[in-house]
Design a protein around this ligand. Structure first.
Ligand code: PHE
Length: 352
């Protein structure tokens, strides 16, 4: 006959599940339900409390109490599991009730595409990286000194007219070209320097072929014995990689304050192959000339070297600057520059 002590413990164990059931009925979160579970089955829970008396019972009565404990544990666990399942089903049902029609196809956000100007910039960068140039960037808001003075263009220089730009607070300007990155790079360290500098520039222009903001890419190569032939070879390589393997280039004498000699860079027209005609009619892209202007270039002026603290007697270098949006227009046959900035998805999604 079991002692009254063990009967009492067994009865108490058998009541545990019922009590827990009452306790968790109003609970709404998994966290609260788990906390209730711990109050019953945890180390300091009610079941362990009851089991503490086990050691004081005669050995032959312990198995019956152990059995009751296992029963209680199983009952509590299945109550908890049932309550949690009910809870997640209720959440799902609420979700579904909110949805108007779950069988409708999703809206989807669609894959974006890279902007054509980004594609062109990356392609141009790849070509120059292959020649050992590094990519550098500089600020859009520039000092007048970096943008003009250090580039041999003092305040009264007529060349400033061609690059009329915007003044911002504090006497700074929006840079009118990427050439100040030449200055910043040379100030930052000694030659040799071999960089390209892509980025946006700003001028007082706005029509079908000019936007007040447009991307350029600058090139600068300075070392002890860089020559004009190196400039020409570099540009020729670029044009052949970018526009077509059979094209040539033409360097037209020109003027920039920060290069001497200076040259305008023309690439052979890729549409007519540089002959200026397509069948009987003049090529519409190069207007019959066979050439397309892509940028400016020249040998770095000694005054630029002086401004950055280089000795013009011991270093030489070439520089060039090209308009990236113009190259994108040529490459993709886009005839209105403004299309690049209007963010019309029908236009932009054509560049995959
Ligand atoms: N910075 C010049 C421009 O924007 C282009 C250029 C760059 C010319 C480097 C020569 C050398 O017009």
């Amino acid at each position: 006959m079991p002692s009254p002590g063990s009967l009492e413990i067994i009865a108490a164990l058998d009541r545990l599940a019922g009590a827990l059931g009452e306790e968790i009925r109003p609970l709404e979160t998994e966290q609260e339900i788990r906390a209730a579970q711990a109050r019953y089955l945890g180390k300091k829970g009610r079941a362990s409390d009851l089991m503490k008396a086990l050691g004081r019972l005669p050995p032959e009565e312990r198995p019956a109490v152990g059995e009751a404990a296992n029963r209680a544990k199983a009952a509590i666990e299945s109550l908890i599991a049932a309550r949690l399942t009910a809870l997640s089903q209720a959440a799902l049902a609420a979700d579904l009730a909110r949805t108007v029609d779950v069988t409708l196809p999703g809206r989807g956000s669609g894959m974006g595409t890279l902007h054509p100007l980004t594609l062109v910039r990356r392609e141009v960068e790849e070509i120059f990286l292959g020649l050992g140039f590094e990519v550098r960037t500089g600020p859009w808001i520039e000092t007048e000194w970096h943008n003009f003075d250090a580039l041999n263009t003092p305040a009264d220089h007529p060349a400033r007219d061609m690059q009329d730009t915007f003044f911002v607070e504090g006497g700074r300007i929006l840079r009118s070209h990427t050439s100040p990155v030449q200055v910043r790079t040379m100030l930052a360290g000694p030659p040799p320097i071999k960089i390209i500098a892509p980025g946006n520039v700003f001028r007082r222009d706005d029509d079908a072929t000019h936007t007040p903001m447009f991307p350029q890419i600058e090139g600068l190569y300075v070392d002890r014995d860089v020559s004009f032939a190196d400039l020409k070879g570099t540009l020729l390589h670029f044009v052949r990689r970018f526009f077509g393997p059979d094209l040539s280039i033409r360097l037209r004498p020109s003027f920039f304050p920060f290069t001497e000699p200076s040259a305008e860079v023309d690439a052979g027209c890729y549409l007519c192959g540089g002959i200026g005609r397509r069948g009987d009619v003049a090529c519409r892209l190069c207007k019959g000339s066979g050439w397309i202007e892509i940028g400016g270039s020249g040998m770095v002026h000694p005054n630029v070297f002086r401004a950055v603290g280089y000795d013009p007697e011991s270093v030489r270098g070439f520089a060039f600057g090209m308009g990236l949006s113009r190259m994108a227009m040529l490459k993709y046959g886009v005839d209105d520059l403004r299309a690049f900035y209007e963010n019309d998805i029908r236009f932009l999604s054509q560049f995959l």
